[in-house]
Design a protein around this ligand. Structure first.
Ligand code: AP5
Length: 204
């Protein structure tokens, strides 16, 4: 577990293709956050030699379903610990850290586990846009991404998972007063400007 007085966690949520990764990459550079993408950590674990979860993760990603909470939560916790250790004393003061966690928590059980056992989130950013916009972006990205889930069947399943499992998480943080919503159908720069205002407020 991390001391939430020293470690700042911001969850970044949104449907598939809403622009989470794009925005987190830019924000992490400008505000000295570490960007951790749950999807990227899972893909790395899937490809790691000797991983006991490789097949399970591959199947979940192809089916657009949610990898069990213990796997994702542990990968994130380990990545956070490694980052705090490597940045401590130069980029971040000792023991402190700032994380943008993208694509997590996607389901209520993950949210409850992580907030209670690892570190509670200070803020949750939700990128909203229409299904048509997300679909178009993902099909375009799929031409070059090489991602096994950027195909129409997997995309439809990912949408369903988002509506059924992730929307309750978003409602949960809204009821806690931690949610900020941003319309991510606008241009990348506009979405970035609007998100920066929220991050600046959090850090002030
Ligand atoms: P993950 O990798 O997280 O995929 P996702 O949530 O479906 O999101 P994407 O990465 O596809 O999209 P994004 O919102 O980051 O958009 P991007 O910035 O790339 O998860 C994959 C799978 O892993 C899940 O289905 C699940 O199986 C598993 N998984 C992940 N997290 C898990 C968890 N917590 N627990 C259990 N299982 C988990 O943008 C998309 C495209 O649009 C890009 O080409 C970009 O250039 C473009 N674009 C972005 N913004 C704009 C804009 N404003 N205008 C125009 N184009 C834009």
């Amino acid at each position: 577990a991390f001391d939430h007085n020293k470690v700042t966690v911001v969850y970044v949520l949104g449907g598939p293709g809403a622009g989470k990764g794009t925005q987190c990459t830019k924000l992490s550079e400008d505000f000295d956050f570490c960007h951790l993408s749950a999807g990227d950590l899972l893909r790395a674990e899937q490809n790691r030699d000797g991983s006991q979860y490789g097949e399970l993760i591959r199947t979940c990603i192809r089916e657009g379903s949610i990898v069990p909470k213990e796997v994702t939560s542990k990968l994130l916790e380990n990545a956070m610990a490694a980052e705090i250790q490597s940045r401590s004393g130069h980029r971040w003061p000792d023991g402190q850290g700032r994380f943008l966690i993208d694509g997590f928590p996607r389901k209520m059980d993950q949210a409850l586990l992580f907030d209670e056992v690892v570190c509670p989130a200070s803020l949750v950013i939700h990128f909203t846009t229409t299904e048509d916009v997300m679909l178009e972006r993902l099909l375009e990205r799929g031409k070059t991404s090489g991602r096994e889930d950027d195909n129409i069947d997997s995309i439809r399943k990912r949408f369903r998972t988002y509506y059924e499992q992730t929307m309750p998480v978003i409602e949960h943080y809204s009821s806690l007063g931690k949610l900020e919503e941003i319309d991510s159908s606008k241009s990348i720069d506009t979405v970035y400007q609007e998100t920066s205002v929220i991050i600046r407020k959090l850090l002030s």
